[in-house]
Design a protein around this ligand. Sequence first.
Ligand code: AVJ
Length: 322
Amino acid sequence: AQPRFSLSHRLPPGHLADALRADALKGLTSVPKTLPPKWFYDARGSELFERITELPEYYPTRAEQRLLQRCAGEVAQLAPHTATLVELGSGSSRKTRLLLDALLAHGALARYAPLDVSPDALAEAGQALCRDYPSLEVSAVVTDYEADLTPPGSGPYLVAFLGGTLGNLDVAERRAFCASLRRLLTPGRDALLLGVDLVKDPDVLVRAYDDSRGVTAEFNKNVLHVLNRELGADFDPDAFDHRARWNAERSRVEMWLRSRVAQRVVLTDPPLRAEFERGEGMRTEISVKFSREGLTGELAAAGFEVRQWWQGDGFGLLLADP
Ligand code: AVJ
């Protein structure tokens, strides 16, 4: 039998290490200090994120799962010619099975193409899907959002970007991301399936990012462990407090690490000294919460027309045409 699983690397060797060094240099010398959320997800961070998705306070994963259970059949009917399901930031591919089942039952699906920064997650999820879906080609690609998003295989493509991850991008980053995604898709043929978290009571939002068991706090501080290991930094994670706040003007939850004391942190590669004042915050994640109108407008500006909108439990799912 032909092998049905392939894993290709789009990132040149050393790319991730270079990107982390550049992000740390830029973020630790900015005012306020920032670090991009993509560096949360080493093996321990991915494990902590999986635990977050099971917390009573963290509703988005369950909400999206229920929505997909309800709507996957309709999605497949609206995109019946899909030959390749592309998934951006596929992670553990847990929600993907609902889409695969529906697309295989309704149509022409031949290939699943997960794109992720983590080769380990791609290998593990990809092999399992290959076992369970004997008619499917699985073409996994190691890449990141700033790099090449060209889908492997052949169209018609259904590109799924789930989990609310679009919310990690600010408005300018979303504009650039949606415009480049639009350029990769062919009008009249391909489609985009987007899952986003919606604006709701700020108390509910903040609790989702500041859970009572402290799992999100551990997840947030994990980025300090990553910098210690990868960049030879000497962050003391206990010298920082986890904070989650609702930024109403920008419609987003922000995660911060707040220095408990005045302290200096030293990095060896790149060589850098970062001074923190007592109480100074470093922003580690934004998670934008959308409205249907606002998101429809942003997508229109990037050349996408929203064809179908579903929502439930405070989470939104949409199908858009390039
Ligand atoms: C995976 C980016 C969608 O923003 O809700 C969960 C990550 N951060 N708890 C989100 C996250 C803190 C999550 N995304």
